[in-house]
Design a protein around this ligand. Structure first.
Ligand code: BGC
Length: 354
């Protein structure tokens, strides 16, 4: 029938149109997906190149779960890591002469707040430049808590202004035997090196405070005497061989003299022995001038178990013969505890008996 065939034809026509439409739709979807995947591949390759070629960039700002709550967001941003320039030879932050007094009591919580950049264990390094030296400051210690507080109060701000990469180590002698300062200082040297690659060591009596921040706590081409004009001696060097109070030696200089003598028990003489070691090794003493080298010493009575050592004169007379047998190469000690406190690291040691 003519009517039937025209109906069939129109149905067939519609079906064909639908098929063509679907084909177009399919092609369009394929093209869109292809283009998007191409973009993604280009971005991936660029990303890979930037990771390899620009190591100054690293991922930061990672927001992760504390472990108690589910992580909400993990946002990884690219942030430049600054390649730090070396710090200048003379820090621009120095202020010169300082007022040093001991007529108030020090609150260590306050000292901590005033020095927010000091890290646990008494560590610090400048943020804006790479420090020229890594300095371990070693303090031999017993019974002098109040003096240590003054030391921390005055020294942390000075050392930061000096742009040093430094750590403070308080080495405490355990037990009730006579004090042996040099065993404690040698222990400080050995223990600090286990923790960080220090290349300079400052040995500071707990009661000696510099009065000028230009007296830099770093190492020089020769062993350095830092406490050159003490108020106790009317701001004069008491004798030319004097090498006490505060000194600095590079790792090489310290090893050249075989560290410090281990057999001085009680007060006196050990610094004279160190002086003898320095000159016997062919080195000399470097010093700041008497203005910059001004220091104050906290007045105190003699500690118990630290009486003058009667053997010191005899020992000093024989440094040359003893120094290569007795020193860091013969040091024996036992660490009893290591505590990282806010402003310093304290290491309690058994250094043996006289
Ligand atoms: C002692 C030193 C001490 C100096 C200054 C000398 O007699 O041997 O150990 O540093 O006096 O007090």
């Amino acid at each position: 029938m003519p009517g039937d065939s025209s109906v069939n034809f129109s149905v067939l026509h519609r079906i064909c149109k639908l098929v063509v439409l679907l084909c177009f739709l399919h092609i369009a979807v394929t093209v869109v997906f292809y283009v998007r995947s191409f973009d993604f591949r280009v971005a991936f390759v660029q990303n890979q190149q930037s990771n390899y070629n620009i190591p100054m960039f690293r991922n930061t700002n990672r927001v992760v779960s504390s472990g108690l709550e589910p992580a909400k967001e993990e946002k990884v941003l690219e942030q430049p890591v600054k390649k730090l320039e070396k710090c200048p030879e003379t820090s621009p932050l120095l202020v010169g002469p300082l007022r040093v007094e001991f007529n108030f009591s020090v609150d260590l919580e306050l000292v901590k707040k005033e020095n927010p950049n000091v890290q646990p264990g008494g560590r610090f390094k400048p943020k804006d430049c790479e420090a020229l030296q890594k300095v371990a400051i070693i303090i031999a210690f017993r019974y002098r808590e109040e003096h240590l507080k003054y030391w921390l109060h005055y020294l942390h701000p000075i050392l930061q202004r000096q742009q040093l990469d430094y750590g403070v180590y308080v080495i405490k002698q355990d037990g009730n035997d006579t004090f042996n300062k040099c065993r404690l200082l040698n222990t400080g040297y050995a223990e600090a090196l286990k923790e960080y690659d220090y290349n300079c060591f400052v040995f500071n009596d707990v009661d000696v405070i510099p009065m000028d921040d230009r007296n830099t706590y770093k190492c020089f081409s020769q062993p350095r005497h830092l406490a050159v004009s003490l108020d106790k001696f009317n701001f004069r060097l008491p004798y030319v061989q004097c090498f006490g109070g505060a000194t600095s030696l590079s790792k090489e200089q310290y090893l050249k003299i075989n560290g410090f003598p281990n057999n001085y028990w009680g007060w006196g003489g050990e610094d004279d022995d160190i002086y003898n070691r320095v000159v016997t090794s062919g080195m000399s003493i470097s010093r700041p001038n008497s203005e910059i080298g001004k220091c104050r010493m906290i007045r105190h009575n003699r500690d118990k178990l630290n009486d003058p050592n009667p053997q010191r004169f005899n020992r000093i007379a024989h440094t040359r013969e003893t120094m290569y047998k007795d020193g860091i190469n013969s040091l024996k000690y036992q660490v009893l505890s290591i505590q990282k406190l806010d402003l310093f690291t304290t290491i309690t040691v058994d250094v043996g008996k006289p």
